[in-house]
Design a protein around this ligand. Structure first.
Ligand code: GLV
Ligand code: MN
Ligand code: MN
Length: 422
């Protein structure tokens, strides 16, 4: 490492946006879906290849790279003093229809911050770490934010190993298979603070012409899988009153989810994102159907009301159609409020950079909400073009990527250099 310069240069250093973009593009090539997006579901071969690339970049920078028992990777740049690091990061797994920014931006911008400091010979009082957490998306193995949940002590790694993915594979086996069953213990060390840069994935910042979001918290998440069993029967000969149509019930759950969200209004959202009917033939009444329900709200009480209404509707449908119903909880996290001091720091730093800033809650789940269990945590949002995400067309303007990375740089430095008594 070069001779250290002092902390007086906070606000003067700037990231190399071209280098950050070139890494985003290179990582986005792994698992590329050929339409601008990528598919790197957690613990697949594509995830392994993405991990290997990012770990190579971390090692090239001389960082101390550790892999823990759930496959989280934490890379540390030492500070002038020992102690817990100021941590940034996010995830590099994606949904199957992912873009190249979701999660990846937070990890690669963190790496870019550390490279900027390193090249400038700029030391910090505390270490700064950049992490990527396993299976943030939860698309293959539920719940989402799994790696950061285990890091924060919310689930034992051994319990997580036994989770079964949508392809029937066991998480622990897949983690070992891709070579990321590490030896650093879980739960992990509590950082001094955690700050995550992420794309907004919604339309609010763009709509208002704001450049930086100072994220106040994350809404509560309720995920379940519902399976109806009825009777396969002939589509032509079975009178409507004789049917036990599981496909009808699952479709009605999707309609009910929309109605419940509209009735509750405000921030309530509801999604049936997976719906599978069996046998899936034109002339057979569907005897089996599986669907997922995703309910979210920033208000825990309203979220519970949405859950109650959904449960009552599922029971009513099963009763009236003569079906059995099985429910499986996939994820349940209460709303999280971020640390007020970190939110203020993000807002103030962004204003000093001359950006229009908005305080807003996050609609998506994030690793920061798990880290908030163990240290002061917060997030920096940058706008998503058209509010589109979990879609290959997901995009954030280059100037917004650069603005977010530079805000992250200064927020991290300020936290890493602040007086121990503050
Ligand atoms: C996962 O990050 C989600 O918000 O669905
Ligand atoms: Mn994400
Ligand atoms: Mn996502």
């Amino acid at each position: 490492m070069r001779a250290a310069r002092g902390p007086s240069d906070v606000g003067e250093l700037r990231v190399d946006a071209a280098r950050l973009h070139s890494r985003l593009a290179e990582l986005g090539e792994i698992g590329s879906t050929g339409d601008g997006g990528c598919a790197r579901l957690a613990l697949t071969d594509e995830d392994r290849a993405g991990r290997d690339l990012v770990v190579t970049w971390m090692r090239d920078l001389g960082l101390d790279v550790r892999v823990d028992g759930i496959g989280n990777v934490v890379a540390v740049r030492p500070g002038r003093e020992p102690g817990p690091p100021v941590m940034c990061g996010s995830h590099i797994d994606t949904v199957a229809t992912g873009g190249v920014f979701d999660g990846n931006l937070g990890v690669l911008a963190g790496l870019e911050v550390l490279e900027t400091l390193e090249r400038a010979g700029r030391s910090t009082r505390r270490p700064i770490a950049v992490a990527f957490f396993t299976d943030e998306e939860g698309s293959r193995f539920s719940p989402d934010m799994l790696g950061s949940l285990v890091y924060a002590g919310g689930m034992a790694a051994e319990e997580a190993y036994d989770l079964v993915g949508i392809d029937g594979k066991r998480l622990g086996d897949e983690l070992a298979r891709i070579g990321y069953l590490g030896t650093t213990p879980c739960p992990g060390e509590a950082p001094y603070a955690y700050v995550e840069l992420h794309i907004e994935q919604g339309p609010v910042l763009e709509h208002h012409g704001d450049v930086i979001g100072a994220v106040t918290g994350v809404q509560g998440i309720s995920w379940q899988e519902v399976t109806f069993e009825g009777q396969f029967n002939h589509a032509g000969t079975t009178p409507m009153s004789y049917r036990h149509d599981a496909g009808y019930a699952a479709a009605a759950v999707a309609v009910a989810a929309r109605q419940i969200a509209e009735e509750l209004g405000g921030h309530q959202v509801a999604t049936v994102g997976a719906l599978e009917v069996r046998p899936g033939l034109v002339n057979v009444v569907a005897g089996r159907a599986r669907c997922t329900v995703d309910l979210r709200n920033i208000d825990e009480e309203v979220l519970e009301e949405a859950e109650r209404r959904m449960a009552a509707e599922i029971d009513r449908l099963a009763g009236s159609e003569g079906l059995t119903v099985a429910r499986r909880g996939l994820a349940r996290f209460e709303p999280v409020a971020f640390d007020g001091r970190v939110v203020d720091l993000v807002e103030a730093t962004a204003r000093e950079h001359g950006h229009r800033v908005r305080r807003l809650p996050s609609g998506a789940g994030h690793d920061a909400q798990m880290l908030a269990r163990m240290c002061p945590a917060g997030m920096v949002f940058v706008p998503s073009v058209g509010g589109v995400s979990h879609n290959p067309a997901e995009r954030t303007l280059p100037e917004h990527v650069e603005a977010g990375a530079n805000v992250l740089l200064d927020v991290l430095c300020r936290l890493a250099d602040e007086d121990p008594a503050s």
